[in-house]
Design a protein around this ligand. Structure first.
Ligand SMILES: Nc1ncnc2c1ncn2[C@@H]1O[C@H](COP(=O)(O)OP(=O)(O)OP(=O)(O)O)[C@@H](O)[C@H]1O
Length: 753
């Protein structure tokens, strides 16, 4: 079930959950009830417009349209079908959705969307003609191709509906979809370079939404976006592409998009995606995560000579530099527009601070703490011209204050740089304007220029709907894309808990658990790992594959990683397991991620991670996630599992549960996630577990010494060569207790890690 609805935090505040519209009501209003083919629906769409109807589609409210799958001829040509999991990300069945056209509630909206990709000419002309001429009956063609792709179809397709439209766009070859959205050429080239054939549904939903809002900025009211979609469903490109597209034709360099992430690792990852997709444009992407020293980071963000960034010695210098800049003309226009718009209220302030501040970057990817540092201490750093505020892993960021970053950002958006605060009024207007597309000499001033609006975009696989937290962001008329309450395309009623469940797993994830005792747990883990590696070498698999093991604390991550490294050494295996946690410094973590991401580097087979690393990490080769310790929160479980089965690929997650107590705990935790019955018990061969006991005993006796040596700085954190600690005897005496000691069952809250 996919919802797109108008989210009103005030309603939740009063405890009044948004209720689905009743079927009968929806039926009465549904203009499509009797439509059986695309021709008649298109006509009915025209009729509705004539009648002043806003074109709102209501089948999403009714939940009757779960089987929709529009298919074009071009998709038929492309035999590589989209994974159904990807299509199901936004399966249109829903209980509370209101079509976005109604949401935007503006007569212009329908035209705005049509303007974008599916004009009636396209619908009635291009696509249908193709089928009429070459494939015969259009509906039949849809049916046939749907069956080919194992996707059921419905006759209720109405291309004016946003969800339907998004699904439709996912079936088109990526070049065609990009053309219809008029995506910048460099973006398409980058997508093709990466071998992407189709957009994913969440992308097909969010990208045109942002494009429409940008194109019709003057007439459509800005709507902020809250987007919850499963792990690995492609949320990153859903904001990277439209932001780059919107800024691609800028003349003057200013900080126009701010992308905030909860950790340095994620910020680096998203920064890399921006870099990759900005190739071919002249946009500059900044990174502020505290990786370099502060003044070096300042210099990378702010234009000017070496002395300017840190010192900002003379206010005239940057102004002069800006006047000499080729972008001068555009700036002057902005200034003029500003005067026209604000009656000159800002002109005094502008005399002191060059319009646009001194940004050396167009887009800044950052962590909240470092952002606040720059707001406080970097002269010329301004959020004055921000057009996009993207908050990725929003629930995580909103749950932590990070020096009150939200208030600091909101206070600074559209405000002048710190250096000129003394002169401005408290409620200053934004000073960025752009020329209207409909510029003509007869227009008056206010129609020539459009005030740039800030759009906030929130993303997460476990996005909170906590009204208090969202309220802090002061969202404008937010539009909530919820892709969690999904329904399997071909099943009748979906899962029992589909409506109550908060989260949803990737479609191709297989979830299992193994029941064992505390003592058996490390043995079971070892047996599982060895079994997997042996299978791999037996099958002679060349493809890169990784296993990620999660523990519940930093300390157990380190202990377990060391134990496994000893075991590898004792067994004579190459490529020992690696630790990935905040025990490593940023540079070491980045290097490790590079190795994990390099398809030709097969040296990392097992990663032992703390929960600090459970979110967002995008490693295509992870095939198995093992929950060595059970997390205490459902959302941590969701994010951990989401390190595999990404982008429509297969993956498996196995939880090691200590006895009945933990099985109950696991059930409770799993209740918030759709399809609890999907989790199956699995076992590990006793012979395998028995087989690893001598090896384990030999290593557990050395572990203490290894850790002590590390405390004495005799061993580096990345050093995996532990051979000198391995004794030749099998350690029978010392290791009568097989517990490795780091196996703590203690659960700690996600935020405490
Ligand atoms: N249209 C596409 N076709 C094929 N692969 C894609 C497409 N879009 C994104 N991907 C790939 O899918 C993978 C997952 O995407 P992404 O990291 O954006 O997921 P996500 O939804 O942000 O997940 P998480 O919630 O775990 O952060 C990435 O490796 C990305 O390159």
């Amino acid at each position: 079930m996919f919802e797109v609805h108008h989210y009103d935090p005030r309603k939740e505040d009063r405890g009044t959950e948004k209720k689905p519209s009743s079927n009968s009501e929806s039926n009465q209003n549904n203009p499509r009830t009797n439509n059986t083919n695309l021709h008649s629906r298109t006509k009915s769409k025209k009729r509705r417009r004539k009648d002043g109807h806003d074109g709102t589609s209501l089948e999403a409210q009714e939940g009757r349209n779960e089987n929709y799958s529009p298919v074009t001829k071009s998709h038929q040509h492309n035999k590589k079908a989209l994974p159904t999991s990807v299509l199901q990300v936004i399966a249109p069945e829903t209980d509370g959705a209101i079509s976005s056209k109604k949401n935007i509630s503006n007569n212009l909206t329908a035209e705005a969307f049509d303007d974008l990709d599916l004009t009636e000419d396209v619908i009635t002309g291009e696509i249908i003609q193709e089928y009429n001429e070459e494939d015969g009956d259009f509906d039949e063609a849809i049916k046939t191709t749907s069956q080919d792709n194992n996707i059921s179809h419905s006759n209720d397709f109405d291309p004016t509906d946003e969800i339907q439209r998004a699904l439709f766009m996912t079936t088109l070859p990526i070049a065609e979809a990009a053309k219809r959205w008029k995506l910048a050429d460099f973006l398409l080239q980058n997508l093709q370079r990466d071998g992407y054939d189709h957009f994913f549904p969440i992308q097909a939903l969010v990208i045109p939404d942002v494009i429409v809002a940008e194109r019709h900025m003057g007439t459509l009211q800005t709507r902020d976006v809250c987007c919850a979609a499963p792990t690995g469903s492609g949320k990153t490109l859903s904001f990277v592409l439209p932001v780059l597209n919107a800024l691609a034709h800028r003349n003057v360099q200013r900080l126009r998009a701010l992308v905030i992430l909860p950790s340095r690792d994620l910020a680096q990852q998203v920064h890399a995606v921006f870099q990759r997709y900005s190739q071919g444009s002249n946009l500059t992407i900044g990174l502020a995560i505290g990786q370099t020293d502060f003044s070096a980071e300042q210099k990378s963000l702010i234009l000017g000579d070496d002395d300017t960034a840190g010192g900002f010695q003379h206010p005239c210098l940057p102004h002069l530099r800006h006047v000499m800049n080729p972008g001068n003309l555009e700036m002057e226009l902005d200034a003029m527009a500003d005067d026209l718009y604000t009656g000159g209220r800002n002109s005094e302030a502008r005399k002191k601070v060059p319009a646009g501040g001194l940004s050396a970057v167009d887009i800044l990817v950052c962590t909240p703490g470092r952002l606040v540092d720059h707001l406080d201490n970097t002269p010329g750093f301004t959020l004055q011209h921000l057009r996009f505020l993207v908050i990725d892993e929003a629930d995580r960021l909103l749950s932590q204050s990070y020096h009150g970053w939200i208030h600091r950002v909101l206070d600074n958006v559209h405000a002048l740089p710190q250096s000129d605060r003394g002169t401005r009024s408290s409620n200053i207007e934004p000073v960025t304007f752009r020329r209207s597309q409909y510029d003509d000499s007869t227009s008056n001033a206010s129609s020539i220029v459009q005030k740039i609006q800030l759009r906030k975009m929130l993303f997460s696989a476990t996005l909170t709907k906590d009204p208090q937290k969202l309220a802090a962001l002061k969202l404008t008329n937010p539009k909530y894309f919820n892709a969690h309450h999904l329904k399997r395309t071909n099943s009748e009623g979906g899962s029992k808990n589909a409506k109550e469940s908060l989260y949803r797993m990737p479609e191709r994830l297989q979830e299992n658990f193994v029941e064992c005792t505390a003592e058996q747990k490390p043995l079971v883990l070892l047996a599982l790992l060895l079994q997997r590696l042996q299978e791999r070498s037996k099958n002679n698999t060349r493809e890169k594959e990784m296993i990620v093991v999660f523990t519940s604390s930093l300390q157990s991550t380190h202990r377990l990683a060391r134990l496994l490294q000893l075991l590898w050494q004792a067994a004579g295996y190459s490529d020992p397991p690696m630790e990935f946690s905040s025990t490593l410094n940023q540079h070491q973590r980045s290097q490790l991620m590079d190795r994990c991401n390099d398809p030709n580097d097969h040296s990392v087979t097992v990663l032992v991670c703390s929960d600090g690393m459970s979110r967002g990490m995008d490693l295509a080769s992870v095939r198995l996630v093992i929950h060595y310790d059970l997390p205490s929160m459902s959302k941590t479980y969701v994010h951990r599992c989401g390190r595999t089965a990404r982008a429509g690929q297969d993956g498996q997650a196995i939880a090691l549960l200590k006895g009945k107590g933990q099985i109950g705990q696991f059930r409770r935790l799993r209740r918030l996630i759709a399809d609890p019955e999907q989790v199956a018990k699995t076992t590990v061969k006793t012979s395998l577990v028995r087989g690893v006991i001598p090896l384990y005993k030999r290593c557990i006796s050395c572990l203490k010494e290894v850790l002590a040596a590390e405390d004495r700085h005799e061993l580096k954190s990345l050093d995996t060569d532990l051979s000198r600690w391995l004794t030749s005897d099998n350690g029978d005496d010392e290791a009568s207790d097989t517990s490795e000691g780091g196996d703590t069952c203690e659960e700690s809250s996600e935020s405490s890690r």
